[in-house]
Design a protein around this ligand. Structure first.
Ligand SMILES: *Cc1c(COP(=O)(O)O)cnc(C)c1O
Length: 405
């Protein structure tokens, strides 16, 4: 069991008022708040040992390198990777997908090949593949979804063929909270010889992800959604696949030897990390994962499930409210509409009550088209949220609905 009172003390930002009301932060799917452990790790880096990493002979460079590499080791353990060589620091989920599309994709795809994604992907898991398909003359196929916001599995099986080279899907949808059966999906993709990229942006903040158990070929996620800083994220890839991939950006750090005749590339994971990296970002990510481990990721998952059930029940009682995305397998997101009220108007009125939700298409325009809506209101929870906050949300939505109707 979690002691939420204690946990909330770890997050200084939560203790403020907005428009005269206590802040209720329910926009965790866009970015999560940072515990003191993370804020202090960044502070400590700049106060004590700011220095460029690797190759430094001096004291500060040694500490910085050690802390950065410790963070990598922590990430490897956290997702149960085989080795640190499989853990590449990138800017976030978006860069992880672009990296795979422009290296693995460019090398391995040819005209007539196919990439499969779902109809409910984030734009960052659509556009890089579209760009790759355009360049290669390949085709992007999409798994349709049902009214509950679940992928239709039989349709996925029909799309798979020897033409399928890449399957890329979010573990958990940011717009609806649907959790997809990714383990099965990966196994079925492997049967036709395709590699699978799992967009873990919404999974890592809420549950344990074990890359060996899933057997995914790639996994991407963003630091800022797992309670670390912005501008840092992870691309995990199976070592043999990363080894065979051409480098991404050229520059310092990613090379072994440079001459005008012939340049050789560095070993994994440095091959994909050109230039001075986001050092304090990597360190903040390590600190964030350590914090989550100390709270217990399984405790987090169990508590958030309780919050989701509670919120779903309470919100369904609001007259005219419709939840978009009603899969049995969901995590921490309630996307909703009330009557014909425009989500933005709802968002503005909730803000007046100190409540932060997100409104709009949530970077999933094709999904909104599928439901014939422009957008939704989205409340997304983290383990520092409480049932009391949900009660305030329900009251505020009810009141706003009366004003706007
Ligand atoms: C946030 C998010 C992304 C993009 O992450 P960035 O941090 O903006 O790179 C991709 N997919 C999903 C499911 C997300 O929630």
């Amino acid at each position: 069991m979690l002691n939420i009172e204690t946990i909330r003390k770890d997050f200084p930002i939560l203790h403020q008022t907005v428009n005269g009301k206590p802040l209720i932060y329910l926009d965790n799917a866009a970015t999560s708040q940072k515990p003191l452990a993370v804020i202090n790790a960044i502070d400590d880096y700049y106060k004590r040992y700011n220095s460029n990493i690797h190759r430094g002979a001096h004291h500060l460079a040694q500490i910085a390198t050690e802390e950065y590499e410790n963070a990598r080791t922590n990430v490897a353990k956290h997702i149960n990777a085989n080795s640190e060589r499989e853990i590449n620091f990138v800017r976030g989920t978006t860069e992880a997908i672009n990296l795979v599309a422009s290296t693995y994709g460019r090398k391995n795809l040819k005209a007539g090949d196919e990439i499969i994604i779902s109809e409910m992907e984030h734009h960052s898991n659509i556009v890089p593949w579209q760009m790759l398909c355009e360049e290669k003359g390949a085709t992007l196929r999409t798994i349709p979804i049902n009214e509950a916001g679940e992928i239709i599995y039989e349709e996925y099986l029909k799309l798979l063929s020897e033409k399928t080279k890449i399957v890329s899907i979010a573990y958990i949808s940011n717009a609806l909270g649907t959790e997809h059966p990714v383990k099965q999906l990966i196994a079925d993709a492997h049967k036709v010889g395709a590699v699978v990229f799992i967009d873990g942006a919404q999974a890592l903040p809420h549950k344990l992800v074990d890359v060996q158990d899933l057997d995914c070929d790639f996994l991407g996620f963003s630091g800022h959604k797992v309670f670390a800083g912005t501008g840092i994220g992870i691309l995990y890839g199976k070592e043999a696949i990363l080894e065979a991939m051409p480098p991404y950006m050229g520059g310092g750090e990613m090379i072994k030897q440079v001459s005008f005749k012939c340049t050789t590339y560095n070993n994994l994971p440095y091959k994909f990390e050109a230039g001075t990296p986001h050092i304090e970002g990597g360190i903040s990510l390590g600190a964030a994962l350590t914090y989550m481990q100390s709270v217990g990721v399984e405790n987090i998952a169990a508590y958030e499930h309780e919050l989701l059930i509670y919120a779903t029940e309470k919100m369904q009682q609001i007259e005219g409210l419709r939840i978009v995305g009603t899969s049995k397998h969901k995590s921490s997101v309630v996307s909703f509409l009330v009557g014909d009220i425009h989500p933005y108007d709802m968002g503005v009125l909730l803000n007046e009550q100190g409540i932060a939700i997100r409104t709009g298409h949530h970077c999933c325009q094709p999904l909104m088209d599928r439901f014939n809506i422009e957008g939704t209101c989205r409340a997304s929870f983290a383990f520092y949220n409480t049932k009391e906050e949900i009660d305030v949300l329900v009251k505020a939505v009810t009141k706003a609905a009366m004003i706007l109707n």
